[in-house]
Design a protein around this ligand. Structure first.
Ligand code: AP5
Ligand code: MG
Length: 191
């Protein structure tokens, strides 16, 4: 199965994607994680990306598509994948369509996790205290949320028009949300 998981910063994309890949044996491809790995490796690309990420803005479409392409072609994605954090604007959604068409693997499911802003701010503040991700400061989070509203939220309609969008309520416990996603994806668990 090929899935795109979407939602505001802190909505639970990474958390839920990790549970889904375990159950369906998919590849978890997070552009945020790919970028953080480049930052940690201290590459030129990583240095450029870090400045942008620390402001809460979007890294250029070209850089992110390059990383994504590399990852998609390099890994064995025979069971499919879940894309977390990509696409983040309409241009990226169109580029993804083109790329996946070329390799004959179109997106089959787009999952949108809906959580209100107050909750995501609380979650990120908690994570900031625990992990200290450099873009989890109050000011950067505000900017990430603004950019999300302006550029990323419209991508939901892009997938709605294709008829492959499902919306899932992202409040409650991690397990509650996962059960809702299971329902949408119709995953049957023995447990
Ligand atoms: P990215 O890493 O994608 O960050 P994000 O979208 O801002 O989202 P987060 O990772 O903060 O949240 P999440 O939705 O994954 O939630 P999580 O599961 O962690 O991107 C970072 C930056 O990289 C961007 O700002 C941009 O600069 C750049 N970038 C990335 N992709 C790009 C692209 N395509 N184009 C351009 N630039 C790009 O959960 C959050 C917290 O809440 C965790 O601590 C978790 O444990 C907790 N939690 C989760 N679910 C629950 C629950 N149900 N109840 C209580 N707590 C919960
Ligand atoms: Mg994440």
């Amino acid at each position: 199965m090929r899935i795109v998981i979407m939602g505001a910063p802190g909505s639970g994309k990474g958390t839920q994607a990790a549970l889904i890949v375990k159950e369906l044996d998919l590849d978890h491809i997070s552009t945020g994680d790919l970028l953080r790995a480049a930052v940690a490796a201290g590459t030129e690309l990583g240095k450029k990306a870090k400045e942008v990420m620390d402001r809460g803005e979007l890294v250029s479409d070209e850089i992110v598509l390059g990383l994504l392409e590399q990852r998609l072609l390099q890994e064995n994605t025979k069971n499919g994948f879940i894309l977390d954090g990509y696409p983040r604007n309409i241009a990226q959604a169109q580029a993804l369509d083109g790329l996946l068409e070329r390799i004959g693997q179109p997106v089959e499911e787009a999952l949108q996790i809906d959580v209100d802003e107050e909750q995501v701010v609380t979650r990120i503040a908690k994570r900031a205290a625990l992990e200290g991700r450099s873009d989890d400061t109050e000011e950067t989070v505000r900017n990430r949320l603004r950019i999300y509203g302006e550029q990323t939220a419209p991508v939901v309609d892009f997938y709605a028009h294709k008829g492959i969008l499902s919306r899932v309520l992202g409040d409650g416990s991690i397990e509650d949300v996962f059960q809702r996603i299971r329902g949408v994806l119709q995953i049957h668990s023995a447990s």
